[in-house]
Write a protein that binds this ligand. Sequence first.
Ligand code: NAI
Ligand code: 15L
Length: 264
Amino acid sequence: MRRLLITGAAGALGRMARARLGGLADTLRLSDLADPAPAGPNEEVMTGDLSDPAFVNDLVAGCDGIVHFGGVSVEDDFSKILGANIIGVKNLYEAARLNGRPRILFASSNHVVGFHPQTAKLDASAEMRPDGWYGVSKGCGELVAKMYWEKAGVETAILRIGSCLPEPGDRRQLSTWLSHDDFVQFAERVFNAPRLGCPVVYGASANAASWWDNRAADHLGWAPKDDAEAYRAKVEAAAPRPAADAPEAVFQGDVFTVDPIYPD
Ligand code: NAI
Ligand code: 15L
């Protein structure tokens, strides 16, 4: 690619992707509401709000690919989530349609399906059971991606990320962990695959304790390598076992399922 856009570039995954995805394009365009670190060689920085359609149109112009991390990444007031995650995604896809249909990796979340029990094995056809406004907004983003694929031919990998961290930190993450290396390999597959379409993929490493089945996305050839099991002894020594009826032991979405429904 000539130019790859990373939104949310000042955030945790944006900073990781900036360091790891430079080889995918001649230029990385880095954007966030907050200032990312200044542009280095082969980088451009554009600061602004995803809820502003004119800004997003300028942001997407000239890009061949987009890693879309920008937005509110936890439960919050509906008005904040609406602007960043729902209007922001709509702006991104409309800009993509108008600017040469760059391929998109959309960072969705396991919280789209957070009310499924941990005993369930989910695949791409699982019913959406969002566990808050955040999960609702990511489900909405997935639907926007599907609509722009069907109507306008914008290809997207919808990645329902579990917990993307350097290493798993609690017992639930033994199932939900996505290593940085496995994320990077996923991005490489997304932007190099001859055909993408608009698959839903669960963003998890090859965890022995996984709740998710990605066989519907086999055509991408993504084969995660890491397994949270390697950290089990360390995690179990550090993190007490939750009660059997605690949300972190019952629901895939963890304590998001017991957050209040924030009013506005
Ligand atoms: P983060 O909260 O560290 O980064 C998100 C970035 O988006 C922030 O730098 C923030 O300033 C920016 N942002 C927020 N509102 C914005 C707006 N209106 N306009 C422009 N930028 C805005 O989140 P993190 O952990 O880096 O996650 C990245 C993406 O991946 C998020 O969309 C998150 O929902 C998703 N995700 C992350 C997971 C994880 O394990 N880190 C798990 C599941 C999904
Ligand atoms: C997410 O969607 C969040 O962005 C992240 O902060 C974690 O809470 C993650 O899910 C998770 O479920 O572990």
